[in-house]
Design a protein around this ligand. Structure first.
Ligand code: GDP
Ligand code: MG
Length: 436
């Protein structure tokens, strides 16, 4: 799948021109990838249609780097669908009550503990947990154990089977113990059923939690849609926590659940330890859905690579000796963004000796950029006209020593000389040199 996606992007980013047909190919791949990431079918369909329309629009087609733009469209749309940014918990009330619900095994109990830890340590809340999954003694033990481990009080009653009442007692207990936040761990089922819905609805009615969070396993796949729909209809959830993202689930469930409920994903869990809870970041999830742990960097690389036309033009300018500092800076910047800057640079004739050879970092780049920016437009095109007084001014303007300016000018002219020679000898392909 990764490969397919990368190919789709590559075929887009690698092209100077987008046509309707190559956009269609790429969109097909994107569609398949989304479906495989468990994004709901309808959602996928609409998504692809929207992307197509936007890609065929002027802004993308006429842009200098249409492939790059198309990738951006895909990514941005996905982020927008996932919800623009992290939505904080509603924590009013004393105590503020947060009820977790979800299917059996989705991660409610462990997530209750994670959330307790998060709210206590990150938001300085005084948290109490309440064991409202009363029918399985093991469930009560589990929460009790987690609470002890974290030093969070747990309200429980092994004999009381009236769950709404239990929840109310927990609210009282929280108040009495000065806890401002109460997290209710509830029962689940393998499948949502009327019993469960009734029980949860009763808790809701009696306790009026400010947050009702659906805990959903990222591995739910296409089933995520119906689960989210059911829970939301029955309870009016206020948000979603997506669990087990450390597994290989791609996170399409987040998109599906968000889409069918319109409720924000607020947190994700990424492991079994109590600290493995993270605030939800739509952009990270978009990357994950697009399988972009690598793809993003790959897309960036691909996008920064020279479009063929651009490389050709550059080649011509180099060999015609009209290659100036503006071109130079542009290329440096691109190479820098591609990474492996140092290793790439040494392939450039005459560049091996540049002061930035060993430690090519942002700092070195900024110095060079500073020097070049202190030159006039004319000087950048024809560095040979820069005499001593101007060198001094340039050094001053960019906050470096004159000899640094001298060195850059010298090496630039050497590089051009080598380029000119290579040009006469038939010339290398710059695409090959820069393209990495
Ligand atoms: P509940 O039935 O909804 O209360 O689910 P639990 O909280 O008991 O979790 C069920 C299982 O999933 C447990 O073994 C948890 O350790 C595991 N689990 C929960 N969240 C995560 C997670 O983010 N990553 C991993 N790897 N396992 C998780
Ligand atoms: Mg449980």
């Amino acid at each position: 799948l990764t490969d397919r996606f990368q190919q789709a992007f590559r075929s887009l980013t690698g092209r100077g021109h987008l046509t309707e047909s190559n956009i269609s190919d790429a969109l097909n791949e994107i569609r398949k990838a989304l479906l495989e990431a468990d994004v709901n079918y309808q959602v996928t369909k609409q998504f692809v249609a929207d992307v197509r329309e936007e890609c065929l629009g002027e802004a993308v087609m006429k842009s200098v780097t249409p492939g790059q733009q198309a990738v951006k469209v895909v990514h941005d749309k996905l982020v927008a669908l996932l919800g623009e940014s992290a939505v904080p918990l509603e924590l009013s009330g004393s105590p503020a009550v947060i009820m977790l619900c979800g299917l059996h095994g989705s991660g409610k109990t462990t997530t209750s503990a994670k959330l307790a830890l998060y709210l206590r340590d990150k938001q300085k809340r005084k948290v109490m947990l309440a064991a409202c999954d009363v029918n399985r003694p093991a469930a009560i033990d589990q929460l009790e154990f987690l609470g002890k481990e974290l030093g969070v009080p747990v309200f429980l009653d092994r004999d009381l089977k009236d769950v709404p009442k239990l929840a109310l007692l927990a609210v009282d207990a929280a108040r009495k113990q000065g806890c401002d936040t109460l997290i209710l761990d509830t029962a689940g089922r393998l499948q949502i059923d009327q019993d469960l819905v009734q029980e949860l609805a009763d808790i809701k009615r009696r306790v009026q939690p400010k947050e009702i969070l659906l805990v959903g396993d990222a591995a739910l796949g296409q089933e995520a849609v119906s689960v989210a729909e059911h829970f939301d209809q029955a309870l009016g959830i206020t948000g979603i926590i997506l669990t087990k993202l450390d597994g290989d689930a791609r996170g399409g469930a987040a998109l599906s659940m968000r889409q069918v409920t319109g409720k924000p994903v607020k947190f994700v869990t990424v492991g079994e330890r109590p600290i493995d809870l993270e605030v939800f970041h739509p952009d990270r999830m978009a990357q994950r859905i697009l399988n972009m742990g690598d793809v993003v960097s790959l897309v960036e690389k691909a996008a920064e690579q020279f479009e063929e036309d651009e490389a050709k033009e550059l080649e011509e300018r180099l060999f015609k000796n009209t290659f100036g500092f503006d071109d130079f800076l542009g290329q440096l910047n691109k190479i820098r963004k591609m990474g492996g800057f140092a290793s790439l640079l040494k392939f450039l004739p005459g560049m091996g000796n540049l002061p930035l050879d060993q430690h090519i970092n942002d700092d070195a780049f900024k110095r060079i950029e500073g020097i070049i920016n202190s030159m006039t437009v004319k000087e950048r095109r024809q560095p040979e006209i820069i005499g001593l007084p101007r060198r001094q001014r340039i050094a001053k303007g960019s906050g470096v020593q004159v000899n640094e300016v001298n060195q850059l000018l010298k090496q630039f002219s050497q590089m051009k000389a080598v380029m000119a020679k290579l040009g006469q000898a038939g010339g290398p392909s710059l695409g090959g040199l820069f393209g990495g």
